[in-house]
Design a protein around this ligand. Structure first.
Ligand code: ZN
Length: 423
């Protein structure tokens, strides 16, 4: 039977969210956490965006050194040959790409102003796929943006052309969150049956159905005989109303009626990391976790009404589908209520050595300590918030990689200041 995999897009869709962003170290930590959790692939950024080049290269280096392994790191590019070429120019060792183009009539009219036909869209996609193959891409997903508002016949033609030219998966993007569980099931089943390659589900929550649609879409792909790849983000952070949350989707796949035990994950997700990872994403994005968030919300295991409290004390299964320790909750959290030394951008050697000493990190000598401290200061400047323990440990362990993540090179050659005339 076909299986379900996860492609997390926090570092692409998540950071595209209005008013939100992540530092390059935070993005790297997310890739590390996704790898620890067993996520199949992280869409780790935009290889055509210059300020991401060193971050992407540094993460690929972590992959090559076996540190970010077995997770795959995939980039997102537009279906434009020049963009594919630029991606390999800026990030030569990138191996996995998703190539994206709009397919709906709405977008052909509204976005391209009617200048492109459906055939043009197919040609552009095919040319981009071939260019990616020529440059050595190992796997290619082809994204049909606004697939849910695209006629199914055209989607089938688009998908068949993608397959014929060597694409490995078709990403069905419910870009506006317009589908429901019934319509997406129908579409993905037809696509899986007619195209014969795995289907990716990219669902948004504008109508509150991102997780439900991801499940239904995956069921459609599997019933159509193909593997399904669900796109998720941490805490469901994504454009507008967000994407399918990784933890909620995992819970839904493994615990819900009719799915549990029937549909299989290609790679098991280690939910015991859920609590920690979700809290990190919340801290990094500066977005609180809603108290009613599945699994990781403050109230997810809180019972106060008499009947429920009595019932759950007699047997947790009376009112809970899963237990808090499955999600890595339950350890008492020690909150510093007295003196606190944080790692800020102006921290000195003594405060820094104190923090690192608490984590049992020792330095060879003062010079070594100074070097790591300097990197931690820069990382603080970029994140504009104190670093968490795992970030400090990462810097101490991989200082050269950290340096690469923190390096910005906006100018190729020095430019002269141009004086702005003042009145
Ligand atoms: Zn999206």
């Amino acid at each position: 039977m076909s299986k379900i995999y996860f492609i997390d897009v926090t570092n692409r869709d998540g950071v595209q969210t209005a008013n939100l962003g992540l530092s390059k170290l935070e993005k790297t930590m997310i890739n590390m956490y996704l790898n620890e959790m067993g996520v199949f692939q992280s869409e780790f950024g935009f290889p055509t965006t210059k300020h991401e080049s060193l971050y992407l290269q540094a993460n690929l280096e972590l992959a090559e050194r076996g540190i970010l392994k077995p997770i795959r790191l995939g980039g997102w590019v537009r279906a434009v040959v020049a963009d594919v070429e630029r991606a390999f120019d800026l990030v030569p060792n990138i191996k996995h790409l998703n190539i994206s183009i709009s397919t709906s009539d709405q977008m052909l009219q509204g976005k391209f102003g009617g200048s492109k036909t459906q055939e043009d869209v197919i040609f552009m996609m095919v040319d981009a796929v071939e260019a990616a193959r020529d440059h050595g891409a190992e796997t290619i997903g082809v994204n049909a943006e606004d697939a849910s508002r695209t006629g199914i016949d055209f989607l089938v033609r688009f998908g068949l052309a993608a397959r014929e030219h060597g694409a490995d998966r078709l990403r069905y993007c419910d870009t506006l969150g317009y589908d429901n569980a019934f319509t997406i099931y129908e579409s993905t089943k037809i696509l899986a049956e007619s195209i014969g390659i795995p289907i990716e589900l990219h669902c948004h929550g504008d109508l509150g159905m991102a997780v439900a649609n991801s499940l239904a879409g995956a069921k459609g792909a599997i019933d159509g005989g193909q593997d399904a790849y669900i796109n998720t983000t941490l805490n469901g952070i994504g454009e507008r109303a967000g994407n399918a949350d990784l933890i909620a989707t995992t819970l839904a796949l493994t615990k819900s009626k009719g799915f549990a035990k029937k549909y299989k994950l290609g790679k098991q997700i280690d939910l015991t990391k859920a609590w920690k990872v979700s809290k990190f994403a919340s801290y990094a994005f500066r977005v609180p976790i809603p108290i009613n968030q599945p699994g990781v919300g403050a109230n997810a295991f809180a019972h106060s009404s008499g009947i429920h409290a009595d019932g759950v004390l007699k047997d947790p299964e009376n009112y809970e589908l899963y237990s808090f320790d499955e999600l890595g909750r339950g350890e008492p959290e020690l909150v510093e209520t007295g003196r606190e030394i944080c790692s800020g951008q102006y921290i000195g050697i003594s405060g820094f050595s104190h923090i690192m000493g608490q984590m049992e990190v020792s330095f060879e000598d003062d010079k070594h300590a100074e070097e790591i401290l300097e990197l931690a200061r820069y990382a603080n400047v970029e994140a504009q918030k104190p670093l968490v323990e795992d970030e400090l440990l990462f810097i101490a362990k991989y200082p050269r990689i950290a340096k690469k993540l923190l390096t910005m090179r906006p100018l190729e050659k020095p430019v002269l200041d141009i004086a702005v005339p003042t009145a």
